[in-house]
Design a protein around this ligand. Structure first.
Ligand code: TEU
Ligand code: CA
Length: 556
């Protein structure tokens, strides 16, 4: 296995709108981020992944881009960006940009041209088709945000494809001019000195030319053969690699809905010359009661099966990215741990142990290092996210499901849970802003905030700091081989990591009850590398408290 800096790095995702507001308008911005770089340096992370900061009408919070080479007005200016990049580099922190090129905003100049007439030079930059008639789209594909994936455009009497909102028309990657424009734009950013790209829904850029009807389901993953992992996706990525990526010392991570371990070996194989790693969604995009909407937790045995398959099948062949949450997911501790007063801290630390001891590059989503929780939404008007708002009207307002049944599912899975402001201190609005924030601050900010946690050595923050430091000191955590123990346990997640003569045992109690564990002989008398509580780990039989987690080294 080749050793590289991005395999050894820990990445921190920033959702700029909600990170830090520097100019008191209630919206996070670039200067806000620059002002918090020392906090990130202290945490010990190596790379920032910046969610989109480009010019955008914000139909989908910046994932609808109207100019790839300009900064969103609300976030500041290109000079502010240059300062951020420079200040980050001075601290040894790299910056990875979000690259959203499956679609643009409908306000991008290419689309405005494209829709203006059937023979415009940019017509073929997007995917236009005749409908069956004015009201009937070309096929039955659904948009990820609900409704048809086709929008009728009166002006030229044709439909355009949008796998996301109708303000996010899909680019036509089959057109060489589109690819050239995108590669030039990427080169421009690389020449500026950025350190990589996280590529939005990159598994969806290639669509079959025929565009047949798909199976009707509530989930876009099922359109797999037609627009997820489509026919030319690998050749487009190889071309991108050859023309742009291979010329710079940068890292790339593909957001790849519908990816399997087999496909990951192609997208992110050691020698396939496409991407460095991919995000897989088997753990977080599970189907629930109503499409993705559910209030049920994933059973631990399922979680272990998925993780273990990725850990073992990619070993030596491709590289994993490790994450519990991001800006599209509920908060990790609320979803996979226990966000009650009693267990929030300990279960947040347990989850961190479980993930950060695995093979792959760990991603921390802003606030996860504080154990931030889901938000207690009270009414539909509290939501800002287009997906949550559309889902509520599609499932509830339509009368398909009662409010009583749907509401807990929306609360459990809404993307807005992750998008409430970062909790910096215990002053009003959690120190995020002095104005009214664009989305409410979680009322628990007085207890859960960075100021409190950075000064408390037992905090979730300090636990993450320690995990990050351990990864830097112990190559076995980065490169070791993973093996699962106790596959059938519904309470314990236990695995080992092994590299040459180093071996680690990782034990995590995912349950709210006490249980016991017999350590394999080779670990009895080993050192405790990290633990989320005080216990005697030198014995063969260890009794575990709820959500207890520890890591032992092999006895010498
Ligand atoms: O997300 C794509 C994606 O797969 C999401 O639809 C995700 O699985 C879903 O939101 C979970 O409910 C990317 C971005 O991360 C997301 O914020 C954007 O809305 C989307 O692409 C369109 O650009
Ligand atoms: Ca601001």
């Amino acid at each position: 296995m080749k050793k590289t800096w991005w395999k050894e790095a820990v990445i921190y995702q920033i959702y700029p709108r909600s990170f830090m507001d520097s100019n008191k308008d209630g919206i996070g911005d670039l200067m806000g981020i620059t002002g918090k770089l020392d906090y990130l340096k202290y945490l010990g992370i190596d790379v920032i992944w910046l969610s989109p900061v480009y010019k955008s009408p914000n139909d989908d919070n910046g994932y609808d881009i109207s100019d790839y080479q300009a900064i969103m007005d609300e976030f500041g200016t290109m000079e502010d960006f240059d300062v951020l990049l420079d200040e980050a580099h001075k601290r040894g922190i790299r910056i990875v940009m979000d690259l959203v090129v499956n679609h643009t905003s409908d306000e991008h100049k290419w689309f405005m041209e494209s829709r203006s007439s059937r023979d415009n030079a940019c017509r073929d930059y997007y995917i236009w088709r005749e409908g069956k008639d004015e009201k009937t789209p070309p096929n039955n594909w659904g948009s990820c945000f609900g409704g048809s994936a086709w929008q009728y455009d009166e002006n030229t009497d044709m439909f355009y494809l949008h796998l996301f909102s109708k303000k996010q028309p899909d680019l036509n990657w089959n057109n060489p001019a589109v690819r050239k424009n995108i590669f030039d734009m990427m080169t421009w950013w690389c020449d500026k000195g950025i350190d990589g790209f996280r590529m939005d829904v990159i598994s969806m850029i290639s669509k079959t030319a025929e565009m047949p009807d798909g199976k009707v389901t509530d989930f876009y993953g099922d359109y797999g053969p037609y627009c997820v992992n489509g026919p030319n996706v690998h050749s487009y990525l190889q071309e991108m690699n050859e023309k742009v990526l291979s010329k710079y010392d940068i890292m790339t991570v593909g957001e790849t809905p519908g990816v399997t371990t087999e496909l990951a070996k192609q997208y992110a194989g050691e020698d396939t010359k496409e991407l460095n790693m991919v995000f897989q969604f088997e753990l977080v995009d599970t189907l629930g009661k109503y499409g993705k909407w559910t209030d049920e937790k994933l059973p631990l045995t399922d979680l272990k099966k998925i993780m273990t398959r990725w850990q073992t099948e990619l070993h030596g062949e491709a590289w994993n990215s490790l994450f519990w949450d991001n800006h599209d997911q509920p908060r990790a501790v609320s979803r996979f741990g226990d966000d009650s007063q009693e267990y929030r801290e300990v279960s947040a630390k347990m989850l961190a142990t479980c993930l950060h001891m695995m093979q792959g590059t760990p991603y921390i989503y802003q606030g996860e290092e504080l154990g931030m929780t889901n938000f207690p939404f009270k009414e539909p008007e509290d939501f800002r996210d287009i997906e949550s708002i559309n889902a509520y009207s599609e499932w509830c307002k339509s009368g398909k499901v009662s409010h009583e049944k749907f509401w807990p599912c929306l609360l459990f899975r809404s993307r807005d849970n992750a998008r409430t402001p970062m909790q910096w201190d215990d002053t009003p609005q959690a120190g995020f802003t002095t104005a009214t924030p664009w989305i409410s601050v979680n009322p628990n900010y007085k207890e859960i905030n960075a100021k409190e946690e950075t000064s408390n050595p037992d905090s979730v923050f300090h636990y993450y700091k320690k995990l990050i430091a351990l990864r830097k000191q112990n190559p076995v955590i980065v490169y070791g081989k993973y093996e699962l123990l106790l596959a059938d346990s519904e309470e314990l997640y236990v695995y080992t990591r092994e590299l040459e003569d180093e071996k680690l045992l990782v034990v995590c109690n995912f349950s709210a009850h006490e249980t016991s564990f017999h350590a394999p002989d080779e670990f009895i008398g080993g050192q405790c590398m990290i633990a989320n509580m005080e216990n005697d780990y030198s014995k063969g039989c260890i009794s575990l408290k709820p959500y207890e987690a520890f890591v032992l080294t092999k006895k010498d």
